[in-house]
Design a protein around this ligand. Structure first.
Ligand code: NAD
Length: 260
């Protein structure tokens, strides 16, 4: 379905991004895997994906909080795999703290990675998508782009801004073959959430399983984590022709969280 398309998935060396990268390759796209982590593990993971799918898979470890990081990543993708047809802005980090204690450098890092990097990646890939009159931009946001939780000011603010970016870009491109949408998951059990489970277990003096049910999943009516594969399947659908009229949407995949 996506044969001949080049996908760039930021933050795809683990978690949700990795799941989306794998699903896009299985759907026929060549994929630039991006993100930090152990080089040997990532190289082996990419080689296995290339062998399984027969697609071209490359990896770039650009730090997107560094000046020029996004520019270099987009240029490298074009050199190695061709210009980007499918952009998934997925890289993200979290920091949990009362607003008065929130370290300004953590605020800057979260805003830079989630919001600024998304803007730069869109800015740099849209000209080629417009020229080819086909493109898909998926911003991996969160329910926290639609509703807030306490102690996550930087993350909630950056994610709400990502929804604004999504809507604005969608309107600009509405008469072209390029769509731009936000995917808004509830809790998914990835490295990002494992850290929060451990922190909350320490803070509340509770075992991890009680923290998961009584703290982490308290707002998620389904009382189960969203699976990475469910998000990846939605991403593949949004890249297909059946989704060509879906643009500017913020799609919750959250076990009912935002219905409260
Ligand atoms: P993860 O920690 O498993 O993956 C994060 C990815 O971002 C990794 O590939 C990492 O290398 C990369 N990354 C981190 N800092 C970077 C930097 N400075 N430069 C470049 N890359 C960097 O996290 P995840 O849970 O899979 O989260 C992926 C996205 O989904 C994030 O935007 C997150 O906010 C969002 N999200 C996660 C959940 C959840 O419950 N896990 C829920 C909703 C939304």
């Amino acid at each position: 379905m996506l044969q001949g398309r080049t996908a760039l998935v930021t933050g795809s060396t683990s978690g949700i991004g990795r799941g989306i990268a794998h699903a896009l390759a299985r759907a026929g796209a060549d994929v630039m895997v991006h993100g930090l982590g152990d080089a040997d593990r990532i190289a082996a993971d990419c080689a296995a994906l290339a062998a399984e799918t027969g697609r071209r898979i490359a990896w770039d470890p650009a730090d997107l909080t560094r000046e020029g990081g996004v520019e270099r990543l987009v240029a490298t993708t074009a050199e190695r795999l061709g210009e980007v047809d499918i952009l998934v802005n997925n890289a993200g980090i979290q920091h949990v703290s009362p607003v008065e204690d929130f370290p300004p450098e953590r605020w800057d890092a979260i805003r830079t990675l989630i919001l600024d990097a998304s803007f730069h990646a869109v800015r740099l890939t849209v000209p080629g998508m417009k020229r080819r009159n086909w493109g898909r931009i998926l911003n991996l946001v969160s329910v926290h782009g639609l509703v807030a939780s306490p102690f996550k000011t930087a993350y909630v603010a950056a994610k709400h801004a990502q929804v604004g970016l999504t809507k604005s870009v969608a309107l600009e491109l509405a008469e072209t073959g390029v769509t731009c949408n936000a995917i808004c998951p509830g809790y998914v059990r990835t490295a990002l959430v494992e850290g929060q489970i451990a922190d909350q277990a320490r803070a509340h003096g509770l075992p991890a399983e009680r923290v998961i049910r009584e703290v982490i999943l308290a707002a998620q009516p389904s009382k189960r984590f969203v699976e990475i594969e469910e998000i990846a399947a939605l991403a593949v659908f949004l890249c297909g022709e059946a989704a060509r009229s879906i643009t500017g949407a913020s799609i919750p995949i959250d076990g009912g969280w935002t219905s409260r």
